[in-house]
Design a protein around this ligand. Sequence first.
Ligand code: SF4
Length: 435
Amino acid sequence: MGNLARLRHFPLARWGRAGVFRLLVGKEGWPLQFRAPETHDHLMRLASPHIYVHLPFCQSLCPHCPYNKRRYQAELASQYGQALLREIRAFLELHPDFRWETLYFGGGTPSLTPDIIEQVIALLAPHASPAPEIGVEVHPLHGTHAALARLHSLGVTHISLGVETFHAPSLRLLARGYTPRQAEQAIDQALRQGFACVDVNLIYAIPGQPPAASIADAAKVATMGVDQISAYPLFGFEHTPLASIMARKGLKPVSDRERLRAQKGIARTCLERGWQRASVWSYIRPGVRPYTTVTRESYLGFGAGAGSLVHGHQWFNTFSIPAYIAQGERKPALVLTMPPRLRRFHWVYWRIYETRLSYRAYRQRFGREFKKDFGLLAFLMKGLGWAREEDETLILTERGAVWAHRVQAFYSLAGIDHLWRAGMAEPWPDRVVLM
Ligand code: SF4
């Protein structure tokens, strides 16, 4: 069996996506597209207690990386930090009574610019609710005692370590710049600091990485005592240089069968240890509260390319770092205002991703019956063995989790690939049609 995810850009796949999307969401949401906003005052008045801050600088660039990032330059990073503080200050001036609950620094490599992290936390501190959660993505090379102790002293509670794998040839292919031993030491250090949650990111289905190595990665990390494992397959985003490196080295993409072996093996490794599945991608140790940013019902993004989602409006800042630094005001580059059914479907999609969808929660959230709106979806998922129903809750099965990955490759990843590619190609695009 070949690599199914690669088929997502074929015309037939696009046609199939369109058909299923229209069936589930209806004509109103079609075509799914982001546009440059004509006015944005109404968006700037929206707030959410969940904040995402994008810090785009990296010491070196990994060839598989689809994110909005740039090689670190001290002067540019300092200008970016000033622009970021300006954007947050402009928001706070409009929202003097603002209270936030969670703050997450993603990237890029946030741990490369701890001074900016410190300044942002200091600016937002007066607006924190009691017991706020602060998460930071940390590169294993920054997993030293001094760097982690500094983050801990700033009030950081959650660490997400981008270990990716302990398989040395895969680390070299992805140009990660550290050895398996250094990755292990970074985990050790993070566990010693007393963070509320240490999450380790793992990537499987890297060309040349045997499924057994991916399964061993999960077993090792679970044994070390981390709180959460987020394991996802290497995404074949078309706008990254990895494809040409693989062609040069004669490496083939991992087949769907191998990917599945790794995915199922990782799931088994975690579940057999009594861990729970917290989402399609992540597992938590017993007694730990899952930590996630992508599934929040609303969030506010600051920084270049940062996304926000509030009351059915989703918008992105310009992805261009120079344009972000130069802009004189808070200004979204691309906006999607979801029609009501798309808004409900969006909610349903992320609850399925979290593996549990409560019909009561749907009723409370939208004042409508889930079965009336998405009965066909529930019927199909149960019929295919992807989900079971229990106490007014649709629960994803392990088989469903496997298929959720495939559906993601066809829908979300195709959409994200398109949006990020267009967003990175020009600072202020007129519109981006996702499907
Ligand atoms: S994978 Fe992480 S460290 Fe590598 S270039 Fe992307 S954001 Fe930077």
